[in-house]
Each structure stands twice: as structure tokens, then as C-alpha cells.
Design a protein around this ligand. Structure first.
Ligand SMILES: NC(=O)C1=CN([C@@H]2O[C@H](COP(=O)(O)OP(=O)(O)OC[C@H]3O[C@@H](n4cnc5c(N)ncnc54)[C@H](O)[C@@H]3O)[C@@H](O)[C@H]2O)C=CC1
Ligand SMILES: O=C(O)C(=O)COP(=O)(O)O
Length: 526
């Protein structure tokens, strides 16, 4: 049975799903060294934002197939390291959208009316109505940085409260922004005009310290900023300085450069600052959603199925895969075959998607072909997650072309590999019953189903060759299961495809090449 480690608190609904297929250990608050020590036993790791999944932890996770983040942000996972190791990383892109958006809105209203400090004062037995005179959000301008799922929900609610909406998001269209009721502007204009600014962007190298001293200086003195996205998007020292110098009117933070928040100047500031301990996703509803969403994906991957929301294999979602499933095996088989025919180091792989495969949705077939090509070198270590990166690191260039006009079969796939030993090509298709057929080898038409052990020869089409090869193999006790010759012209060059029952014993290939008329021979294991 598989083993799953849950290293942050997740809802029981997730544990119940995981328990259907795995032994589940819940061990929270592990130190990095403790996690490194035990991670090698586990097939899957389920986390929230509390666990930093570093390269060292990933490298120690030799059995890991999947890391599931029960939430949105995967900035606490070294995704490139996981990808290189063939580990799929999944998240729950929508499970906590509403929770995070509502937290940001709650922060905005709390900042405007000083609710946290007013509440604390009453609890201290005070009755101070002068200190807590606030501001209305109605008719004020809200600047939303990042108009994705959370930002859009914030926009909808803020619009209903009568706010004017500006948004900065270089990756969405003006039309989309307008649909949500936002005017798309550049960041400078947003900073200059907004009364409230709320951040809803991922933490990336580009967004780290996006809000720095210089940008804080562009904000209005009565402006308030809210960060329920990620710590480090705002430079905390610069923010503390801007607040104490009165350059801006307030800030509400849910997330911090380092969590839990340690020594910080922000703690000593007054009612204009609200700090919550990363509570954006902490609602009962969101925790059930994300736990179920991610646990289901871990379960599926452990059962050998595809994940819905893999962040490191875009395009390989189950719906697309279901449609392509029969062709994925074809692509992988052809990749294995052409890789072995090319031998040596492959430098270029041309993948031509033909007939009905000539659509944009067929991109996973290229990944499957690469997986097949790299099998020779990497064996079980190569999978759909790391095939592309492994190919890139080996300097294999991939050219993908599409030709819808090829109509020999409903869909067919042509691979051509060029390496240090020359260029070879194979074409394959699925027949009506879904069986894989090789339809062309190095330009010669054939029609054979691939088998586990095969021999291919390039020879002169002349009488006697087949007999000689048959008796040579017979003399080494090699049993031929099927044989087919493909040629373009009579008595010209031809290829022969033989299926044999067992692997070709060592040394026989050189004997085959000595048969008069045979120019080259290859043995492959598929
Ligand atoms: N405080 C909490 O507990 C929670 C925090 N989050 C954080 O919120 C972030 C946003 O979540 P979603 O809205 O679900 O993600 P999303 O992917 O739907 O939206 C992110 C938006 O940011 C935009 N963006 C990316 N880089 C940008 C840049 N440099 N400048 C401006 N816009 C940029 C993207 O185009 C996209 O529209 C997450 O990455 C996560 O870090 C999410 C859930 C809970
Ligand atoms: O989903 C996210 O990105 C969050 O920040 C939520 O974090 P959490 O799962 O509550 O530790």
C-alpha cells in the first residue's frame, strides 16, 4: 500500500479520501531535518503553507510521486526540483478563492473603521468613540493588483459596495477587466489614484518587493494597502517606514516575508495597522474544499491516473488525456523505437502530428514521444512530468509540426530523430480496433504491429535475403514471430521488420550485417 505524509493541518475529509488508497501519517510541525529523515518512505506529501518543501527535501523523497498543496500558492515548494525528479505538484486553484477574497474585504472594512482596535478597547472596559472615527469605502477607488480568481471576486463585491475599480494585471485583457467592472491601468496610475490597494498576485521573482519604498511613495497619504496574497510582495521595512512617517494611512497584512512573523516594526504601529496570522484560507468551507480537491488528486495519481490541477504539467489534465489516451501509447512507442534506431545521442526530434491529431490539444503527445525517446537513457526515471526538462537538459531540440492534410489514417504520428549516428524516422497510427501499427520506417511503407522484441534491416530487395536471414537467426535459436518487407520500388532498397520471441542474443547483429545485401540492422526492445 502507498504511504502519504500530511505535514500541515488539513481537514479530515482529505484524510478520509487518502485512506482509501494509502496509509496516511499526519505529522505536523516537523523541522526540515526531521522531514528529510522520513520523507524517503513516502509516495506522496500533502502540505499547506507551513511546510517549506526545499530541494533537499525533494531529493530525499526518492519514492515521491506527488506533492499536493491544499491551497493555491506553491511558492513554498521548489517546483523546478520536483519537476526534474518527475514529481507532479498539484494545488487547489479554486478551493479557497472565496475565503481569501472575503478576508481581503474584511481587512478593507476593518482598516476603514478600526474594528480590531475599537474591539480591543471595549474589551479593556473603555468607551472611546472619538479615536475610532473611520472612513467610508462607498465611492472610493479600489486598486486591485492581480485580477485573477481572488481579485475578480473582490472586484464583484467591492463594486456592489459602490466602489470605483482600477486593476493592474499585465496578463489579462481590457475586455475581461471591463466585464468585471474594472478599468485596467498601469501600476503607477493605480498607486496614484487608489484609496485602497489590495494585492492578489502570486509570489514570483517579478512580484517580490513589487511594492517597495519608491512605489509606496507614489500612494496618496490617505491610502490603505492590503496584502492577503504573499509575504514579500510588499517590502515590510519600507512599509513600516511609510506608515510611521504618515506617507500612507494604513495597512492590513495577512502574510509576511517570514512566517510565523518574528521581530517586526509592524507590531509596534497603531490602529492603522492590522495583522492576521495567514488566515486568508482559514474558513471551514475552504478547508473542506481544498482538502478534498487535493486528496482526490493524490489518490488518482497513486492509482496511476492523471491529476486535475498539476502546476508542473500544464495541458495534461484528465479530460484532454482521456481523449488522447490511445494515442499517448502510440507516441511513447514511436519515441522508444526511433530513439533506438537513431542510437547514440539524439540532438533533434521532429514530431509531426498528422490528420485529426493536428490540433493544439495534441501537445501531450509530444511529451509522450519524448518520454519514449528518453526511456533508453532514463528507464523508469522518466515520466510525463520530467520528460520535457530532461530533454532540454540533454540538449535535445524538439520541433513540433502539424499537418491536417494527411488522411491515410484518422490520426497518425511521424517522428524523426537526428543524432550523432544519423537520422531515422518512424510513423505510426491506430487501426479501427485501436491497435497500434507501424506504418513507415525510414521512408519505407510497412504495416506491422510493434512487438516487444524486433529486428529491422535495411537491405537490397533481391531473391534469397529473407531465407538467409531466417536461417541465420534459426542457427542461433531465434524464433521469428512475424516478418514483413517494405519497399518503394522492386529490387531497390527495402526494410524488413521482424518480430522475435526473445531478445536478440549479443553479437548476432554483426552477423546479420554480414549477410550479402543487408546494409544495416537494428534491434529494439519496445
Ligand atoms: N492569504 C491566503 O491565505 C491566501 C493567499 N493566496 C494567494 O493569492 C494569490 C492569488 O490567487 P488567485 O487569485 O487564486 O490566483 P490567480 O492565478 O487566479 O490570479 C493571479 C493573477 O495575478 C496576475 N499576475 C501575475 N503576475 C503579476 C504581476 N507581476 N503583476 C500583476 N498581476 C500579476 C495573473 O495574471 C493573475 O490574473 C495566490 O498566488 C496566493 O499566493 C491564495 C489563497 C489564500
Ligand atoms: O492557498 C494559499 O495560497 C494560501 O496562502 C493558504 O495557505 P494555508 O493553506 O492556509 O496555509
Amino acid at each position: 500500500m502507498s504511504k502519504v505524509l500530511v505535514s500541515d493541518p488539513i481537514d479530515q475529509a482529505g484524510i478520509d479520501i487518502l485512506s482509501q488508497v494509502a496509509t496516511v501519517d499526519v505529522k505536523t510541525n516537523l523541522k526540515p531535518a526531521e522531514l528529510i529523515e522520513i520523507i524517503g518512505e513516502y509516495d506522496a506529501l500533502m502540505i499547506r503553507s507551513g511546510t517549506q518543501v526545499s530541494k533537499e527535501i525533494i531529493e530525499a523523497g526518492t519514492q515521491l510521486k506527488i506533492i499536493g498543496r491544499a491551497g493555491v500558492g506553491v511558492d513554498n515548494v521548489d517546483v523546478p526540483a520536483a519537476t526534474r525528479q518527475g514529481i507532479v505538484v498539484v494545488n487547489s486553484p479554486e478551493g479557497n478563492t472565496i475565503a481569501a477574497a472575503e478576508h481581503a474585504l474584511a481587512m478593507m472594512l476593518s482598516l476603514s473603521r478600526y474594528i480590531p482596535d475599537a474591539n480591543a478597547s471595549v474589551k479593556r472596559n473603555e468607551w472611546d468613540r472619538k479615536t475610532f472615527v473611520g472612513a467610508e469605502v462607498y465611492k472610493k477607488t479600489l486598486g486591485i493588483v492581480g485580477l485573477g480568481k481572488i481579485g475578480s471576486h473582490v472586484a464583484g463585491v467591492a463594486r456592489a459596495m459602490g466602489m470605483r475599480l482600477l486593476a493592474f494585471d499585465p496578463f489579462i485583457s481590457t475586455e475581461r477587466a471591463e466585464q468585471i467592472g474594472c478599468q485596467l491601468v498601469d501600476l503607477d496610475l493605480l498607486l496614484q489614484q487608489a484609496d485602497y490597494i489590495t494585492l492578489h498576485i502570486p509570489k514570483t521573482p517579478e512580484t517580490t518587493h513589487l511594492i517597495n519604498a519608491e512605489r509606496l511613495a507614489k500612494m496618496k497619504p490617505n491610502a490603505r494597502i492590503i496584502n492577503c496574497a504573499r509575504g514579500g510582495i510588499i517590502d515590510e521595512d519600507a512599509l513600516a517606514a511609510a506608515l510611521s512617517e504618515g506617507k500612507i494611512a494604513g495597512a492590513a497584512l495577512d502574510v509576511y516575508e517570514s512566517e510565523p512573523l518574528g521581530e517586526s516594526k509592524l507590531r509596534s504601529l497603531g490602529k492603522e495597522v492590522i495583522l492576521t496570522p495567514h488566515l486568508g484560507a482559514s474558513t471551514t468551507e475552504a478547508q473542506v474544499n481544498v482538502a478534498i480537491d487535493v486528496a482526490e488528486q493524490i489518490r488518482d495519481v497513486l492509482l496511476g491516473l492523471a491529476a486535475r490541477s498539476a502546476v508542473n504539467i500544464p495541458g495534461l489534465n484528465p479530460d484532454v488525456l482521456e481523449e488522447l489516451k490511445p494515442y499517448m501509447q502510440l507516441a511513447e512507442t514511436l519515441g522508444r523505437l526511433v530513439g533506438q534506431l537513431a542510437g547514440g545521442r539524439v540532438e533533434l526530434l521532429n514530431v509531426r502530428l498528422q490528420g485529426e491529431l493536428a490540433t493544439n490539444k495534441s501537445q501531450p503527445l509530444v511529451v509522450a514521444a519524448l518520454k519514449g525517446l528518453l526511456y533508453q537513457a532514463l528507464r523508469e526515471r522518466v515520466n510525463y512530468v520530467n520528460a520535457t526538462i530532461e530533454a532540454k537538459e540533454r540538449g535535445i531540440r524538439v520541433i513540433e509540426t502539424r499537418d491536417a492534410s494527411v488522411k491515410d489514417y484518422a490520426g497518425s504520428l511521424h517522428l524523426e530523430a537526428t543524432g550523432s549516428l544519423g537520422t531515422h524516422s518512424v510513423t505510426g497510427a491506430l487501426l479501427g480496433d485501436g491497435e497500434i501499427y507501424l506504418t513507415n520506417i525510414d521512408g519505407f511503407p510497412i504495416s506491422v504491429p510493434p512487438s516487444q522484441y524486433m529486428v529491422f534491416t535495411l537491405h537490397r530487395d533481391m531473391p534469397g535475403i529473407i531465407g538467409k536471414l531466417g536461417s541465420l537467426l534459426g542457427s542461433f535459436n531465434v524464433n521469428i514471430a512475424s516478418m514483413q518487407v517494405g519497399r518503394k520500388i522492386v529490387r531497390g532498397d527495402a526494410v524488413m521488420a521482424l518480430s522475435i520471441d526473445d531478445p536478440l542474443p549479443d553479437g548476432i547483429l554483426t552477423e546479420i550485417i554480414k549477410v550479402p545485401g543487408i546494409r544495416d540492422a537494428y534491434t529494439v526492445t519496445l
